[in-house]
Design a protein around this ligand. Structure first.
Ligand code: OOG
Ligand code: NI
Length: 476
């Protein structure tokens, strides 16, 4: 259509993730199979509630997250601009040094309630930190190879400049082109820009270094649909013979009140790659393979408060420690440990473990306050309003990641340790490394990276203020 002003960020993001999902389905047929499994499972979950897929909130229908790994600061800055145009902003700092990867990053995602409702697509985005590559020659080689790579086509740069200046000048065909050019960044190429020997030397330093440096694009390494029942998806993956991971990560199965994130995946494919020849001419060299791309599925629960996260980390840590010590299956120990985690929304709210979105139901007015003997312009406890039915609430969905619970465990272990001198030093060092990494990434992006927990807290506070205004109260 000829209208130009309709290319708002949410619409671009929705169109982009649809195109990306179609592309990945073609590239990795198992991902398509997984998406079909998720649809089937969700359909039967809904059927058991007397509902259909159409009854799901709109955002569920094409909800995905993806992950990419970038090579240079320039690439990171450019991707931040591109995602910004699609309404995705950095949230949360993730330091993968903790799990021994020379990478750190953030999640680019929509942050407003309205944008999340329209399409919550998010990309876990990391960038290589050459200073963490231990071999000087590998560091030099990696930097040199990456300096020759161009991820952003000249046309894409032009369109990005235009979109940032004045989005309304984008025509429908500009928007199509923006998406098509952006897709190229995420596309897989079964050809390496380096000879096989170079690939091997980088891989020996770290498989992630080879994955990042040796290819012409920043191929998306997985794309993840959201499901209503991850245990059923896992069972169906196994039934259909997909190379599924043995266990589901995250909180244990069987909770009534889902929190945070549960994830499982099928293992990465071994893919054929043609390497360049010794003279560096493309596709003239040896054939080999590369293992990187996989498919993942997730079930999302409630966003927890800092206190809720600390409880989660503590229970997970003790379960892992116990399972190891006694040689027991983690899932069983986990289920036992999590009996300590309240599994009732009222309890989770009263103990300040989960964030909620508060709302004044239809039909409730300022007059309704009289009925419970509350004066206008007064201060009231939220619990009183909830009990009287003047306000209702719903847990806020967790929109972020838990990529290295194990690493969280490692640091929280250190924190819990009564603290021998050695431990104290390690703890301080880890903290310093984390702080300096965060500063470095913020400097690179030219903006503060908000903590995900602060954002949920703000969403909750905003909803409380909205209720107070609607009911004509001074404070809730
Ligand atoms: C990190 C991917 C993290 C998740 O779901 O936790 C992630 C990586 O690039 O390997 O996607
Ligand atoms: Ni993922």
């Amino acid at each position: 259509n000829g209208t130009t002003s309709s290319w708002d960020a949410d619409l671009l993001r929705s169109r982009f993730v649809r195109a990306l999902s179609d592309m990945y389905r073609n590239e990795v047929p198992l991902y398509g199979q997984l998406v079909d499994i998720v649809q089937g499972v969700d359909r039967s979950v809904l059927a058991s509630r007397g509902q259909s897929l159409d009854d799901l909130p709109k955002r569920h229908q094409l909800e995905r997250h993806g992950a990419i790994r970038l090579g240079t600061q320039h690439e990171m800055r450019m991707i931040s601009r591109l995602f910004g145009i699609m309404g995705m902003h950095p949230v949360g700092y993730y330091d993968l040094k903790i799990v021994g990867f020379p990478l750190h990053g953030t999640a680019f995602r929509p942050t407003s309630e309205e944008s999340l409702r329209r399409n919550p697509f998010r990309v876990f985005t990391t960038v290589l930190r050459p200073d963490l590559i231990s071999s000087p020659s590998v560091r030099k080689k990696a930097t040199e190879i990456l300096s020759r790579r161009t991820l952003f086509s000249p046309r894409l740069c032009e369109l990005m400049d235009a979109a940032e200046k004045d989005r309304s000048i984008l025509t429908a065909s500009d928007a199509d082109e923006l998406i098509a050019e952006a897709l190229k960044i995420f596309k897989w190429h079964s050809r390496s820009t380096v000879p096989y020997e170079t690939y091997l030397s980088l891989e020996q330093e770290h498989p992630m270094v080879a994955d990042i440096v040796c290819f012409p694009s920043a191929h998306i390494n997985h794309l993840t649909p959201r499901t209503l029942d991850i245990d059923a998806v896992q069972a169906e993956m196994i039934a259909q013979g997909l190379p599924a991971k043995e266990t589901i990560e995250g909180p244990p199965a069987g909770r009534k009140c889902e929190i945070l994130l549960r994830q499982t995946s099928f293992k990465a494919l071994e893919e054929r790659v043609t390497f360049s020849d010794e003279q560096g001419s493309p596709a003239g060299g040896k054939n080999g393979t590369h293992t990187a791309r996989f498919g993942e599925v997730e079930q999302r629960g409630a966003a927890v408060t800092r206190k809720g996260r600390e409880l989660y980390d503590r229970l997970l840590t003790s379960a892992i420690t116990l399972a190891e010590r006694e040689g027991r299956v983690l899932s069983e120990v986990l289920a036992e440990a999590f009996r300590e985690y309240p599994d009732d929304w009222d309890e989770l709210r009263k103990q300040n473990l989960v964030y909620f979105r508060y709302r004044v139901p239809q039909g409730v007015t300022q007059k309704s306050l009289d009925a419970i003997g509350v004066a206008k312009e007064s201060s009231v406890h939220m619990e009183q309003l909830l009990q009287a039915g003047l306000v209702e609430c719903e847990a806020i969905t967790y929109e972020d990641f838990l990529p290295f619970s194990a690493a969280g465990i490692f640091t929280s272990n250190l924190k819990e340790e009564p603290g021998s001198e050695g431990n104290g030093t390690t703890r301080r060092k880890l903290q310093e490394v984390e702080n300096s990494g965060r500063d470095e990434l913020q400097r690179l992006l030219g903006s503060e990276i908000p903590s995900e927990i602060d954002l949920y807290k703000e969403l909750q506070s905003a909803s409380v203020r909205e209720c107070a205004t609607l009911l004509g109260l001074k404070e809730v």
